[in-house]
Design a binder for this molecule. Sequence first.
Ligand code: PRX
Length: 649
Amino acid sequence: MSAEIESVLHENRVFDPPAAFATQANVRGMDAYRAMVAKAEADYEGYWGDLAREHLDWIKPFTRVLNWDHPPFARWFEDGLLNVAANCLDRHLTTWRKNKAAIVWEGEPGDTRTLTYQELHWETCRFANALKGLGVQTGDRVVIYMPMVPEAAIAMLACARIGATHSVVFGGFSAEALKDRILDAGARVVVTADGGWRRGAVVPLKDFVDEALTHCPDVRHAVVLKRTGHPVSMTDGRDLWWHDVVAGAPSRCEAVAVSPEHPLFILYTSGSTGKPKGVVHSSGGYLLGGIVTMQWVFDLKDTDTFWCTADIGWVTGHTYVVYGALAAGATSVMYEGAPTTPHAGRFWELVEKHKVTTFYTAPTAIRALNKLGDEWPAKYDLSSLRLLGTVGEPINPEAWMWYHKVIGGGTCPIVDTWWQTETGSHLISPLPGATPIKPGSATLAVPGIFADVVNDQGKSLGPDQGGYLVITKPWPSMIRTVHGDPERYKQNYWGHFGGRYYFAGDGARKDKDGYFWIMGRVDDVINVAGHRLGTMEIESALVSHGKVAEAAVVGFPDDIKGEGIFAFVILHRGVTGDDALVKVLRDHVAHEIGAIARPDRIRFTEGLPKTRSGKIMRRLLRDIAAGRDTQGDISTLEDQKTLESLRED
Ligand code: PRX
């Protein structure tokens, strides 16, 4: 941790909001920001209550803003009624936005589609009726396992319309991971496609669904969108084509009034134990967080073309491709494929083609695109851009400067947004027309969010002291529970400081100006290409292979991905570790979890450094994986020889 503090301490450049940006911004200048913070401090509930009345359409207005009678189980706006799909679509149909582009979509092969708010409404209603026809009711769970096509958003909105809770599973996850999520969510219907395009090849999603469903007896139907046209097997009675179920379905469908606390979706994320957590989000509070950050952080204007490059399988795609973006009335760009297919300038080509004004991506993508050379962005006219954003991990100053100069032409503010699957929307981020930006810092809390850095005892720390990043008050878009495991929610997120603070695993420090600098995870979670992976999950996957006796996984620094995956593996007696087995094990993990979890390096070893109580000393393994000298106290190490042999290899 201290090494990282040292390196960022040298970063002292400050970029004020360009005057031209600040004068037109939704939040203009630091005084405006401070006034909002002061209002939230003075009357926390009044502040959020006003915003909820202003930004959400209520079927029945609420009278109580926050019920925090049973912490950490928050209930926001609980006696109101609303519908999320109506807030994303219907509200725009009575305005000029009716014919505004809601989704501008581009497929990897270059096919495009634009759906206006009116059209998106029709398609959503038709699919909602189709789901009802399949017996899906309010409260049921639906798993969505799709490529980045408009129908993925339509499926999500259709669920919201009828009050079904969706769980989107990222299309890069394996059949095994899909199965676990279908079972945990208790879904009866899965929505998928014959495939999606990725790097010029078809991702055979339906084949993975078929494999998963052999273990999911409760799934009654799979609805299959024809996207690629490649052959798939359809099980009679269970599998139905999307085009068949919507054929003849009416393009009107009542938006079911639900409680703002009704679970809009479950999204699985990694924690420090082997089992992914089903993060449950609400309807009202979640949507409010998305809308206000679209306004404040992304400074949304009706003239914007907003492109968040995240897949809808991640929370970023949920909030900033679909819900927050649409509820705020944005034109949201959606792209199916890889950033470098068919050529290394694809992202920039799309910026030029669609005249994107706001571009939001992950540092890992920025580093990868930077490496490909300045000639790629130079080929395209990027002058439509006015605001850039990043999310997923700290952005290193070099990548920041490249993004700023080469992509943003030196004029676009960059919003470095810190948040998590659990937080639902941005919690710490610059507001681009107000906050002076320091490259590498997510800067200050969004107005209405109260964040701090504390020590083990929960005591607030002074400037530049590294500690734990906590949120000290509940907020509307916060996680409500872990699906099926409220105790895990309580322990995991609120158990560290006697229930006083929310803590989800990041280390941080605040500088003398109160700016937050995120220092990475403090638990057994690694951040690979902006996505969280639990080391335990990868270890379990390795150990599930017959030749592996024990495994320990740690992250190591990787130029592009932020962190790579390093696995130390102990084999069963008599098994020889060779290159062929390395390949087998890497593929095995990809099969169990998905390609994203495939270890970059595997090292066979006879033993692992453990404490006398049997706990693996991961910090030593991290040093070895990074090629550093092992540092710090090793007096609790049981067997010095193991460490020595690992060092020698
Ligand atoms: O460690 C933080 C890092 O990503 C984690 C959340 O991961 P996930 O739930 O997958 O959500 C990613 C997208 C919202 C955090 O605990 N992280 C996210 N954004 C930043 C970040 N670290 C530093 N700076 C950020 N801007």
